[in-house]
Ligand binder design. Structure first.
Ligand SMILES: O=P(O)(O)OC[C@H]1O[C@H](OP(=O)(O)OP(=O)(O)O)[C@H](O)[C@@H]1O
Length: 180
């Protein structure tokens, strides 16, 4: 029978499939894409908890619905999504590298010049759906710093594994890792 982890979050319950990602490690797969109810509830709560920022930033892809919801709740007209591939619309892109727990191969995160300008000299909060190894938020922080921004907060719906012991991130619920 397939292994399931039941997550309780913001008064909701979700059965997450537990999947093997390498020889020694299984993770509970948390995919907010398509889950409007969970994004709305968690976004509303996180919007109240994060510090007041000039700019919010996330990484493509699963952070996108969450940052949209938080920006909407806070009445912010814009936010920034770091893309995972270079796009033709990008002029003088700023690029950094990242290896996340779920993807486990090197990806890039990049910003267009106009987004770099939006970050320069601004107070920035980094948003993601999950923080696990921290590689993705580190890469986002690197982009913000290189763009001249100042990271004043980091927030996620879930902190996975050891990330739950960090005191520099705001999160709503812990998610266990399943080690051999
Ligand atoms: O703390 P970390 O170990 O970096 O893991 C967390 C990141 O991993 C997942 O993204 P994923 O790489 O699966 O990309 P996706 O959102 O494009 O599916 C998740 O959405 C976070 O961004």
């Amino acid at each position: 029978m397939d292994e399931i982890y039941t997550l309780e979050l913001c008064g909701l319950k979700r059965d997450l499939p537990v999947i093997q990602i390498n020889e020694d490690l299984k993770i509970a797969s948390f995919v907010i894409l398509g889950d409007a109810e969970l994004v709305e509830k968690s976004g509303e709560i996180l919007a109240k908890k994060i510090p007041e920022a000039d700019v919010l930033i996330t990484a493509e892809a699963k952070g996108i619905p969450l940052i949209y919801e938080i920006a909407k709740q806070k009445g912010m007209k814009k936010y920034i999504v770091a893309r995972k591939s270079l796009k033709p619309y990008m002029k003088d892109p700023l690029v950094t590298k990242v290896v996340s727990i779920t993807t486990q191969k090197e990806q890039i995160l990049c910003l267009d010049k106009d987004e770099v300008t939006m970050l320069d000299g601004k107070n920035v909060v980094i948003i993601d759906d999950v923080i696990s190894t921290g590689e993705s938020i580190n890469a986002l922080e690197d982009l913000v710093n290189k763009a001249g921004g100042n990271v004043i907060g980091k927030a996620a719906i879930l902190a996975e594994g050891d990330a739950a012991n960090r005191d520099d991130i705001l999160f709503l619920q812990k998610l266990p890792l399943f080690k051999k």
